[in-house]
Design a protein around this ligand. Structure first.
Ligand code: NAD
Length: 520
């Protein structure tokens, strides 16, 4: 059974157990947003959004859509495109400015709702909403900057320019770990460029996408410009990828599903932007500020419960400081307070679902079997306050070698591998030796080492004296190798959401043949 299928079976089992309880507790029922109308899935199926810190707390019941719902949404988006593309870009941008203001007003409410559906601690969900606010203001500025070029023609009395055109109806598929920020990275640049959109949120975290899109509607977005189709990947995501009227797909998620998406999109020649997994290395040199590096390691590895594509999942330690650093890191990891992210003082929330817990446990077993040394954690937390949720202890493996699976494969949980090295060249070689290439970091006070790392680390992002997490919206975001297929979110996203048109205006009043009449 594929990971996606297992996840669905798990969710459906949870559904049956809790659906009755949800009804009794009055959990809110949500529809798909199609052409401005909130509609149940045509097939009548639903999925439950439950709090990973407390499975008895049902956040809401959402449509489990299929191809028929996708078809309706595509028709609505296509209809809306005919008028939205003609709205002047600065006017489209004004809606994003207003949405940014409304998000700022609603930040606390949306952050609390996000912690309830996704689990990460409140400080981080506030950051997630803030990222959407930042993206709104950043992209709104692009409404007056959708620059093309003018260039001299090779012929007399002829004018040449290139202009950016919208692509059309765009399909978007999102993961659960940044349930508002990632949809905003996709929706806002697509909208300012004049596209219409259908977004399929992750099945674990639809509410934050609903909150984001509701905000856009409240800010004045016309009906049908953004549509939401919620549901599972194979039933609701795949038809979006395959629909012939969807002109492009923006996907963020695992490399396994991304590969499927790219193959299916190829049948209709759709451009696909893929943002996928990571196995991100932090290198700590012998001259580093160790206290700073420790703080960074703790935040990079266990922030968001290790469930960031940029999470610090490998820490490469110079042999001279490895023993001291490992001992201190273990001590601090043990002291981290795990719990419900809504409670003050909690530093590490739950994992998002039982499937993620199973993956963390599976990699603990793999690492042990390969000879890595478990320094702390290594198991799900199930007693007392943890019994209602999906919690995993912050976990550190020492004695990891670069060829072990725990050093090469993405876990997407609070599990970090410590690897020792002797020289910076060796560290960079280890960092580069894996299939992923998203984020990297170097802790050193030596400027020569810093510049060598910036140049030689194979990744879309390199931090110096900061952990592998902490991207800002106005820089390019994405990676190389198995992490991405060359596109970027943030700076560069407009290149995906627009298509170039070259325009020639001949005002000579006679036929002028390029490459022929001027070829003397
Ligand atoms: P996932 O691949 O399981 O799911 C991502 C989305 O794809 C979900 O909405 C899911 O329903 C959908 N999907 C699943 N099967 C599909 C199919 N056959 N056709 C179409 N859509 C389908 O990933 P996840 O568990 O939600 O998220 C975790 C992964 O996302 C990690 O690998 C993480 O590194 C990655 N991620 C990457 C970035 C980035 O920008 N590089 C950011 C966040 C997360």
């Amino acid at each position: 059974m594929t990971k996606e299928a297992t996840k669905q079976v798990t969710n459906e089992a949870t559904n049956q157990e809790t659906k009755e309880a949800a009804k009794q507790a009055g959990a809110k029922v949500y529809g798909n947003l199609i052409g401005g109308q909130w509609l149940p899935a045509l097939g009548g199926k639903t999925l439950l959004n439950v709090n990973p810190a407390d499975h008895t707390d049902v956040v809401g019941e959402f449509p489990a859509s299929d191809a028929s719902d996708v078809a309706l949404a595509v028709a609505a988006a296509k209809k809306a495109f005919s008028s939205w593309r003609l709205v002047p870009a600065p006017k489209r941008a004004e809606i994003l400015y207003r949405a940014g203001q409304l998000l700022a007003e609603r930040k606390e409410q949306y952050a609390r709702e996000m912690t309830r559906e996704m689990g990460k601690v409140l400080a981080e969900t506030r950051g997630d909403v803030q990222e959407a606010i930042d993206e709104a203001y950043y992209v709104a500025g692009e409404g007056r900057r959708l620059f093309g070029q003018t260039t001299p023609s090779e012929l007399a009395n002829k004018f040449a320019m290139s202009v950016r055109m919208p692509v059309g109806v765009i399909g978007m598929i999102a993961p659960w770990n940044f349930p508002m920020a990632i949809p905003s990275w996709k929706l806002f640049p697509a909208l300012v460029a004049g596209n219409t959109c259908i977004i399929k949120p992750a099945e674990d975290t639809p509410l934050s996408t609903y909150n984001l899109v509701q905000t856009l509607m409240d800010a004045g977005l016309p009906e049908g410009v953004v549509n939401i189709v919620s549901g599972y990947g194979p039933e609701a995501g795949a038809p979006l990828v395959e629909h012939p009227e969807v002109r492009a797909i923006s996907f963020t998620g695992s490399s396994a599903v991304g590969s499927l998406v790219a193959q299916r999109a190829a049948a209709t020649f759709k451009p696909v932007s893929l943002e996928m997994g990571g196995k991100n290395a932090m290198i700590v040199m012998d001259d580093a500020n160790l206290e700073l590096a420790l703080e960074g390691a703790l935040w990079g590895a266990f922030g968001t419960t290790g469930q960031r594509c940029t999470a610090t999942s490998r820490i490469l330690l110079h042999r001279a400081i490895a023993a001291e650093f490992s001992a201190k890191l273990v001590e601090r990891a043990r002291a981290l307070r795990v719990g419900n992210g809504l409670e003050a003082g909690v530093e590490v929330g739950p994992q998002v679902n039982a499937q993620q817990i199973a993956t963390s446990a599976e990699y603990v077993a793999i690492a042990l079997a390969e000879g890595a040394k478990l320094l702390t954690g290594g198991k799900a937390l199930t007693e007392g306050v943890f019994s209602k949720g999906t919690f995993f202890a912050p976990t550190i493996f020492g004695g990891v070698t670069p060829t072990m699976r725990i050093a090469r494969e993405e876990v997407f949980g609070p599990v970090v591998a410590l690897i020792e090295f002797e020289t910076i060249e060796e560290a960079i070689e280890i960092a580069n030796s894996i299939d992923y290439g998203l984020s990297t970091s170097l802790y050193s006070r030596d400027v020569n080492r810093a510049f060598a790392a910036m140049r030689d680390l194979e990744a879309g992002i390199t931090y110096i004296n900061a952990p592998t997490i902490g991207a800002e919206v106005h820089l390019p975001f994405g990676g190389v190798k198995k992490t991405g297929n060359g596109h970027r979110e943030g700076l560069g996203a407009l290149d995906f959401y627009t298509t170039w048109k070259s325009v020639y205006v001949d005002f000579s009043d006679r036929l002028q043949r390029a490459q022929i009449d001027n070829a003397e």
